[in-house]
Design a protein around this ligand. Structure first.
Ligand code: NDP
Length: 444
């Protein structure tokens, strides 16, 4: 479609230094060419042009003092991408690789993901190139306080509600919330992923990983593929990966390999997830130290080769572009049946399309990892109601949301493309919801 090609060219020339943003928008725009012929009103009202441009991009200095008394300066970001269906909502990432293009791609994807949850949340994302590895608790706290000293004026429970992402877990959310409360002089649900003692929701920590497995199960059940006794590999060993691994085990899968950014561990008998949680969440050590307890387990330096392990189910839960076309080919050669994305955009577009063409059951991130933000939405509801729901109630809501997302993207895929292509299903289902809200609100 000519209109879509022109928009792609525009992004290529205007955002040329942002490869991840180009990748994320290009995937969505390709899907939209299938739906826009039926909806000329969205072309007329410039919905797509407006969707690919963030409403607001905030970049700020984050000065802080390290334990040696030396002044450090990082760069902070908040990209408020789209507020057509609710306040901006999306995590904060602290990682040395963070730049504007990465935050923009994450914010763009978040718009569609949040729409798929069925909850009233717009899309945004933020973070910093601050690297939390090896920093003391005091340094983390001072950094978070400085970061929030600028961010607080841009956010609010009805404006923009950040959460965690890579490098931002319960500890960081606590420091960020404390500083927000102090500066704004207000106790509100301005952040999600909060501790249970100060307004957090039960199951938020587990939500992305659990939700991923609920989505996987819905997809596999629909295709008559039983997960019991299947072999799974999961990349990463952070928040998403750990709770995906727990739920995978509960559903009868055997998790044989997991990784961190240094390397991966492999045990054909199945891994001890409690120990991995202890190493990564509590001790904050390298995954390699797993071998201090299980001496016969294999450790391989470098995380990339994890996809060479034979498995039935692969769950990339670490970071963007961690699986390329060669990895996808290797997985297919080894008989993989299902791949579900826990991380955001962990597959290159070529790898994802190859899996779909190879008839692998493939759950794209926008749909499959929406459980985290869905429970964040439930945390916002509980904060507004001044109530907290018990774990079973949140879990039932999460299961129902993930099943609905699967049904919605699967039906949309059948309507607009090839029945099993959930990339198309997720992009179009998310788009239709946001596009209609944008059209009705006029050119803003
Ligand atoms: P964490 O910081 O908790 O964990 C990230 C994990 O990935 C760490 O184990 C890290 O290792 C590992 N890792 C990073 N880069 C690589 C790599 N190249 N190869 C292998 N492992 C790597 O982050 P989250 O678990 O929260 O986030 C993971 C992904 O899930 C991200 O893409 C995020 O955007 C996405 N996501 C997260 C949600 C959430 O609720 N937290 C919600 C939806 C999506 P190391 O310890 O060495 O740094």
């Amino acid at each position: 479609m000519e209109y879509i090609s022109e928009l792609k060219k525009k992004i290529l020339s205007r955002d040329k230094s942002e490869p991840e943003f180009i990748q994320a928008t290009s995937e969505v725009l390709d899907s939209l060419s299938l739906v826009l012929n039926d909806h000329p009103e969205y072309i007329k009202s410039g919905v797509v042009e407006r969707l690919i441009e963030p409403e607001r991009q905030i970049i700020f200095r984050v000065p802080w003092v390290d334990d040696a008394g030396i002044v450090r300066v990082n760069r902070g970001y908040r990209v408020e991408f789209n507020s057509a269906i609710g306040p901006y909502k999306g995590g904060l990432r602290f990682h040395s690789s963070v730049n504007l293009g990465i935050i923009k791609f994450l914010g763009f994807e978040q718009v569609f993901k949040n729409a798929l949850t069925g909850l009233p949340m717009g899309g945004g994302k933020g973070g910093s190139d601050f690297d939390p590895h090896g920093k003391s608790d005091g340094e983390i706290m001072r950094f978070c306080q400085s970061f929030m000293s600028e961010l607080y004026r841009h956010i609010g429970q009805f404006k923009d509600v950040p959460a965690g992402d890579i490098g931002v877990g319960a500890r960081e959310i606590g420091f960020l919330f404390g500083q927000y409360k102090r500066l704004a002089n207000e106790y509100s649900g301005v952040l999600t992923g909060k501790g249970l003692s100060y307004g957090g929701s039960l199951l938020r920590t587990e939500a992305t990983g659990y939700g991923l497995l609920y989505f996987l199960k819905a997809m596999c059940d629909d295709h008559g593929f039983d997960l019991k006794d299947r072999i799974a590999i999961i990349s990463g060993s952070g928040n998403v990966a750990i709770y995906a691994a727990y739920k995978a085990k509960e559903l009868g899968l055997r998790v044989v390999a997991m990784s961190d950014s240094s390397g991966y561990i492999y045990d054909p008998q199945g891994l001890d997830i409690d120990l991995i949680k202890e190493i990564k969440e509590v001790k904050r050590e390298r995954i390699k130290t797993y071998l201090d307890t299980y001496k016969d387990v294999q450790y391989h330096e470098g995380s990339k080769d994890i996809w060479k392990i034979k498995c039935d189910v692969a769950l990339p839960c670490a970071t963007q572009n961690e699986m390329d076309l060669e990895d996808a080919k290797e997985l297919v050669l080894n008989g993989v049946k299902a791949v579900c994305e826990g991380a955001n955009m962990p597959l290159s577009n070529e790898a994802a399309n190859y899996l779909v063409r190879s008839r692998v059951l493939y759950g794209p991130a926008k749909a499959a990892n929406a459980g985290g933000v869905a429970v964040s939405g439930l945390e916002m509801s509980q904060n507004s109601l001044r109530l907290s729901w018990d774990k079973d109630e949140v879990d039932l809501k999460l299961q129902s949301i993930m099943n609905n997302i699967y049904q919605n993207v699967s039906k949309t895929a059948q309507k607009y493309g090839d029945g099993d292509n959930l990339i198309i299903g997720a992009n179009i289902a998310g788009f239709l919801k946001v596009a209609e809200a944008m059209r009705l609100q006029g050119v803003v």
